[in-house]
Write a protein that binds this ligand. Structure first.
Ligand code: HEC
Length: 119
C-alpha cells in the first residue's frame, strides 16, 4: 500500500512539472530529437572523431548558413553535389528538429574564421 501511495505521489508531481514547464519542455525534446538525428546521420562527415581531426563537411552550429533556419532546412533536404539530401529519409518534423538543434550548438573556435583568430 505504502508503495502505491509513493508511486501515485511521484506521478502527480511529474504531471505538475510537465504542465508548469509546458513550452520549454517541448523545445528541449525537439532539440534532443535533432541531436540524436545528427549524431546518427551526420556525424560521419560533420563531427570530429577526435580533437584536431579533420572532417569532410564543415562544422555545424548556430552560425551554420548564417544561422538561417530556412536555409538549413533547405540544404539538409536537398543536399548538393558533395552531400546527400535527406528529404526522402526524414520527415519535415525531423528536419525541423535538426535545424532547431543546430541553433542550440555554440560556435566553436574551430568554426571561427582565421582572420578573427589572428587579430
Ligand atoms: C557524406 C557526408 C555527409 C553527410 C552524411 C552529411 N553531410 Fe552535410 N555536408 C557535407 C559536405 C561535404 C558539406 C559541404 C558542401 C559544400 O560546401 O559544397 C556539407 C554541408 C552541410 C551544410 C551547409 C553548411 C555550410 O556552412 O555550407 C549543412 C547545414 C549540413 N551539411 C547539414 C548536414 C546534416 C544536418 C546532416 C545529417 C542529417 C548532414 N549534413 C550529413 C557532407 C555530409
Amino acid at each position: 500500500m505504502r508503495h502505491h501511495f509513493a508511486t501515485g505521489a511521484i506521478a502527480a508531481c511529474a504531471l505538475v512539472f510537465v504542465v508548469t514547464v509546458g513550452h520549454t519542455e517541448d523545445l528541449a525534446s525537439i532539440e534532443i530529437l535533432g541531436r540524436n538525428l545528427v549524431n546518427q546521420n551526420c556525424a560521419v562527415c560533420h563531427l570530429k572523431p577526435q580533437l584536431g581531426a579533420k572532417t569532410y563537411g564543415p562544422a555545424l552550429n548556430r552560425e551554420t548558413l548564417g544561422g538561417n533556419v530556412e536555409a538549413i532546412r533547405d540544404f539538409v533536404s536537398i543536399g548538393n553535389q558533395r552531400m546527400p539530401g535527406f528529404r526522402y529519409r526524414f520527415s519535415v518534423a525531423q528536419i525541423d528538429a535538426i535545424a532547431v538543434y543546430l541553433k542550440s550548438v555554440p560556435a566553436t573556435l574551430a568554426a571561427t574564421p582565421a582572420s578573427a583568430v589572428t587579430r
